[in-house]
Structures are given as structure tokens and as C-alpha cells.
Design a protein around this ligand. Structure first.
Ligand code: SF4
Length: 437
């Protein structure tokens, strides 16, 4: 098999791994259609293009959700470390890529696979003098020594948690254990902290995974609730100092009674809500228990989690933007971390009115229902509030999407039956949400 054929197979096999910021497709963050390229943020915050590839798609494990599982009949191939290093450097020199995202199936055993990955990265770093960004996956079950060596060559490491509970892992990935996944996460955190101390003492000390570690969780292959997923993410951020938890909507790849059927659509809206909740926890100081609870364990598909929280906590609003502290400002739908800080700075010069807030970057379409400003009191209509907050992306209204929120019931008389049904569905959602407020 020539290098081009190997490249095609091994970039295509890597496409289900989403532990990077985007994967080469316009409308679907974290997913690949055109294979081979993804994007990530480097330690200094730059967005960079990576060659996303497997060292090998051979695998001795049989994770039921994975296209590379040993029982799946697909063409298999493996790069030699030299082939992989040369290929990466060629792409890099031609300016196609700025770095490498390297993962692999488990060939022979975890340590053997890691050894091959390490050899490829050593060739890149020491023979080809490649100083581009490298994100490398650690192989579950690999020894601590291998993880350490890999971390000295890569900017970022990741260990995939894969499934949100130990029970699901046992059922769907019988060759993996939760302990084998979590142990390297703990080790990477510890080694990263130790490396920070070494670098403070000796500036020339070798860096260990300077861009930290990340993980990936598959959503929709197993029965865990959104609440369980965000609780687990939150615990992992805290315990292992993760930089990112990536969520991957399950794409059916096998006919197995333990998995959703092959005609199930990937739960993209759910994946989107999880990223929104993740954002709230990382940048808005929300706790997982504020976003969901055992009593309400799943996201409202029609509202983003922050709007949903605001509607469930109307007693905390309106918030006076001229008086509230930063933490309270961050709770207002339509106000982000940057606009909250700008509000605090700008109001030193006088009371802020709606026009000032608009200039600052506040999204008034949502915020106006929750704030008091110098020239503004929030409208009291619950119906209008709900309509303003509904996420149009949750409805598939096609070309009529932009006009559906206009309160013009008479026009429904002339709508085709499908759109009439969709509009009726919208009205039901609004009614339900208003009744629950
Ligand atoms: S170990 Fe990785 S590559 Fe192998 S079957 Fe499991 S998920 Fe797929």
C-alpha cells in the first residue's frame, strides 16, 4: 500500500475523534467530513491547523461504538514512524498545516503503540527539527514512563474518557477500565505541575505538555443523562485540571443491540447544549448543579442553558446593570464575560442606558427582559420573554425560520401544512414554558 492510500485510510479513521476544536467541516464544530485537518488553540491562544491522523487503525480492542474495533471488517494499515514523520514535515513545509493531531488504534499492546508514536514524534522533533504544535493521544493502559516520554514531545496530551459511566464503559468498551483512563489523567496533571516548578527554577528544563490535557466523551451511545455528563465534566476539570472536555455526538457505526440503531441521527443539538453548559461552567462560574439537577436531568432543547436557568430563576431578576457586581452581571442572558467587564468599567463615567449597553456588546434582544438600565425597565410579558429566548436552531423551520417568531397568526391560514404544524409546535412550546414560569 502506498503512502497516499495509507494517508486516506488513516485520516478517515481519525475523523470520529473530536478532541480538538474543529475538524475540517464548515457547519459542524468538532466533526470531520473532509478528512485530514482539524483546528486547535495552541498554548499561546492561536488557532492553528493540524493534520489529524492515526498512526494505525489496527486495534486489538473491540469498543462497540468504534469504527476501528477489531471485529469490524475495514481496510487496515499502519504508518512506520519514519513515514509519519516525513509526511507531517512535507505538509508543514508546504504550509498546509501548522501541527499534528496524532492518535492510534492499539497495535499489539498499549506500550508498543506508544513506543511507535514516540518514535515518530522523536523523528519529527529531533531529526526534522519540527517545532509545530503536537497534540497526542495517550493509549489507555500505557505505562507511566511512556506517558512521560510522550508528554515531553507533545504540546498537549489527551486521554479519552469515552463514556460517561463505568457501567457503560464495561458494556461497550470491555477492554478498557475507568481506572486505566483516569490513572494517566492524574499522572499528566502531576507531571505538569512538577514541570511548572522545574521551569520556575531552570528556564531550560524540558517542557511537559505545555498546552495541558483534554478528553473526549461520546454522547448518545449510552443512557446517561445530561446532568450526569456535566457533573462528570465538572469533576474532571477540577480533579485533573483539564483544559477541555470535548463532546462527540454518537454516529452509529455498527448494528449492535447495545447501541442506538443505525438509522439514529447523531444527537447534535444535545452535543451543542453540552458545549454551551461547558462554556457556562468555565467562563460564567456556573456550577453543574445550577444548570441541571437530578429532578431536571436533561437540557431543554428549545432554550440555551443560560436562558433556561434565567427563566427558572426569575425571582433573581431584573438586575440593575448600574449597580450589580460582576458575578450577577454574568448571569444575565445576553451578557458575556467581556461585556460584563466593560459594563463595570463604563459605569464609572455615568449611568448606562440601553444605547451604551448596545455599544458595549450586550445582546439586548435577550438582555432587555432581565435588566434595569438608566432608561429601561424590563417588559412584563412572559410570552414575549419566552419568544425572545427560544433558540431558533432547535426548530427546523427551513426558509420560514426568520419569520416564524412574528406574532401574525392570521398568516398561518396560508402556510403549507408542514409549516403550519411547525408553527403550532412552536406555540405549544411557548405555552408550556410560560405555564412553567
Ligand atoms: S481502543 Fe480506540 S481505536 Fe481501538 S476500538 Fe477502542 S476506541 Fe477504537
Amino acid at each position: 500500500m502506498n503512502t497516499h492510500e495509507k494517508l486516506e485510510i488513516l485520516t478517515n479513521s481519525a475523523k470520529y475523534d473530536v478532541a480538538c476544536t474543529s475538524s475540517g467541516v464548515k457547519d459542524r464544530p468538532g466533526k470531520t467530513v473532509a478528512c485530514g485537518v482539524c483546528h486547535a488553540f495552541s498554548a499561546d491562544g492561536r488557532c492553528i491547523t493540524l493534520l489529524k491522523i492515526l498512526l494505525s487503525n489496527e486495534c486489538i480492542y473491540n469498543c462497540k461504538y468504534c469504527v476501528n474495533r477489531t471485529s469490524n471488517d475495514v481496510p487496515r494499515t499502519t504508518f512506520t514512524p519514519a513515514e509519519l514523520a516525513e509526511l507531517t514535515v512535507e505538509f508543514y513545509r508546504r504550509n498546509y498545516i501548522e501541527g499534528l493531531f496524532l492518535s492510534s488504534g492499539v497495535v499489539k499492546n498499549p506500550d508498543y503503540t506508544m513506543e511507535q508514536m514516540i518514535k515518530a514524534l522523536e523523528l519529527l522533533r529531533h531529526t526534522h527539527n519540527f517545532w509545530g504544535y503536537i497534540h497526542a493521544k495517550t493509549i489507555p493502559g500505557a505505562s507511566p514512563e511512556m506517558v512521560h516520554r510522550l508528554g515531553l514531545l507533545a504540546d498537549r496530551l489527551s486521554v479519552n474518557i469515552e463514556l460517561p459511566s463505568e457501567a457503560s464503559l464495561k458494556l461497550l468498551a470491555p477492554d478498557k477500565t475507568r481506572a486505566a483512563v483516569l490513572a494517566p489523567m492524574g499522572q499528566i496533571r502531576q507531571m505538569g505541575e512538577q514541570n511548572t516548578r522545574e521551569l520556575q527554577l531552570y528556564r531550560s528544563a524540558p517542557k511537559f505538555a505545555a498546552a495541558g490535557q483534554a478528553t473526549q466523551m461520546i454522547i448518545g451511545a449510552s443512557p446517561e443523562t445530561d446532568y450526569q455528563i456535566i457533573k462528570l465534566s465538572s469533576a474532571m476539570y477540577e480533579k485533573y485540571a483539564l483544559r477541555r472536555v470535548f463532546f462527540s455526538a454518537y454516529v452509529p457505526t455498527s448494528n449492535d443491540s447495545l447501541l442506538p440503531s443505525m438509522d439514529t441521527n447523531p444527537p447534535l443539538l444535545r452535543e451543542h447544549r453540552l458545549y454551551q453548559a461547558d462554556w457556562l461552567m468555565r467562563f460564567y462560574k456556573f456550577k453543574a448543579d445550577e444548570i441541571l439537577s437530578p429532578e431536571t436531568p436533561d437540557f431543554n432543547p428549545y432554550l440555551d442553558p443560560k436562558c433556561n436557568w434565567a427563566l427558572n430563576n426569575l425571582h433573581l431578576f431584573p438586575i440593575d446593570v448600574n449597580k450589580a457586581g460582576l458575578a450577577d452581571l454574568l448571569r444575565i442572558p445576553g451578557v458575556g464575560p467581556t461585556s460584563a467587564e466593560r459594563i463595570v468599567t463604563a459605569r464609572r463615567n455615568g449611568r448606562l442606558a440601553l444605547a451604551d449597553l448596545r455599544r458595549i456588546g450586550v445582546v439586548l434582544k435577550r438582555a432587555q427582559y432581565f435588566i434595569v438600565a438608566a432608561d429601561h425597565l424590563p417588559p412584563t410579558s412572559k410570552d414575549a420573554t419566552v419568544r425572545a429566548l427560544l433558540d431558533p436552531g432547535a426548530f427546523n423551520f427551513g426558509v420560514e425560520q426568520l419569520t416564524i417568531f412574528s406574532p401574525t397568526p392570521a398568516t398561518t391560514l396560508h402556510l403549507p401544512p408542514a409549516q403550519k404544524a411547525e408553527r403550532n409546535a412552536l406555540e405549544e412550546v411557548v405555552e408550556g414554558l410560560v405555564a412553567g414560569m
